[in-house]
Design a binder for this molecule. Structure first.
Ligand code: NDP
Length: 277
């Protein structure tokens, strides 16, 4: 019970990696709030949290609206009195108008040898698509962080875990430059904020995952032909993608007392993807 009675918010905690973290926190005794835009999925996670014997709460919110984010934090404080842990997990990958950024094409592309010509993605990207990525992955993360700091600085304690991506620290996602840039911003923000607030007892760190086995991700993998799939797995020296539990365990470590000496760090569970490059 490494997080007993801690109050945690996991943005985008209704599916995928966010859900994995929310359930791992609940197993460690935390009271867990999940937010997102899909009510049925939020309710399902709260049920799973409660089935683990923990307290759960869901909030339907679009975190790109800073006023709604403010209201969400008020609701959390009203129900639980405080907030100890913020996981800035919500994020988007897609930027529609290049036509290559749905999950399946994205994975196919990283297995394709780099052509002797430009992929032509950046020069064809619209203002709208560039900005949309930043609105969720960067601006909304800032709105949530700002509200959390109001609470955490007052009590002199807090843990903030930002979810970036391997794309923010390597060029592997050449097919989604706006995604990579947004995650690079999350990495830089983590380091700067980590420095800013460490003296106030707040540890800010970042997890920058490689490929992790969420349902959505596995749908992309499973739609590949066997040859492409094998080529994809060879990108990792481990020859496999990561398990959600392996990834969530890192978040538990950072959120717990065990992680108190971790400040401004960027940790990348990626099966060796980057060292192999
Ligand atoms: P999913 O696409 O499965 O889930 C994204 C989550 O973000 C959903 O819960 C979604 O909720 C929420 N979200 C998106 N936009 C908003 C918004 N405007 N307001 C509120 N919530 C929002 O992602 P994953 O679980 O795969 O990834 C989670 C994080 O991990 C992301 O930041 C991603 O970039 C990062 N990551 C994931 C990797 C992987 O292998 N899966 C690899 C590298 C990084 P809803 O739809 O209900 O709004």
């Amino acid at each position: 019970m490494r997080l007993k009675d801690r109050v945690a918010l996991v943005t985008g905690g209704n599916v995928g990696l966010g859900k994995g973290i929310a359930l791992a926190f609940a197993r460690e005794g935390a009271k867990v709030v999940v937010c997102g835009r899909k009510e049925d999925k939020l309710k399902q996670v709260v049920k799973e949290i409660e089935d683990l014997g923990a307290e759960g709460m869901s909030i339907m919110v679009d975190i790109t609206n800073s006023q709604d984010v403010k209201a969400m934090f008020s609701e959390i404080v009203k129900r639980f009195g405080t907030l100890d842990i913020l996981v800035n997990n919500a994020g988007i990958y897609r930027s529609d108008d290049t036509g290559v950024q749905d999950r399946r094409n994205h994975l196919d592309l990283v297995t394709t040898p780099i052509p002797a010509r430009s992929l032509g993605i950046t020069k064809n990207m619209s203002d709208e698509n560039w900005k949309k990525m930043f609105e969720v992955n960067v601006h909304a993360l800032f709105y949530c962080t700002r509200e959390a700091l109001q609470i955490m600085e007052d009590k002199g304690y807090g843990k903030i875990i930002n979810i970036a991506s391997i794309a923010g620290i390597s060029g592997i996602s050449a097919h989604s430059p706006n995604y990579s840039a947004s995650k690079g911003a999350v990495v830089a923000f983590t380091r700067s904020l980590g420095y800013e607030v460490a003296g106030a007892g707040i540890c800010v760190n970042c997890i920058a995952p490689g490929y992790i086995e969420t349902d959505e991700f596995m749908r992309g993998i499973n739609s590949m032909d066997p040859e492409t799939r094998a080529r994809f797995m060879q990108l990792m020296p481990t020859r496999r993608v990561g398990k959600v539990e392996e990834y969530a365990a890192l978040a538990v470590h950072l959120a717990s007392e065990e992680g108190n000496y971790m400040v401004g760090q960027v940790i990348s569970p990626n099966g060796g993807l980057v060292i192999a490059a």
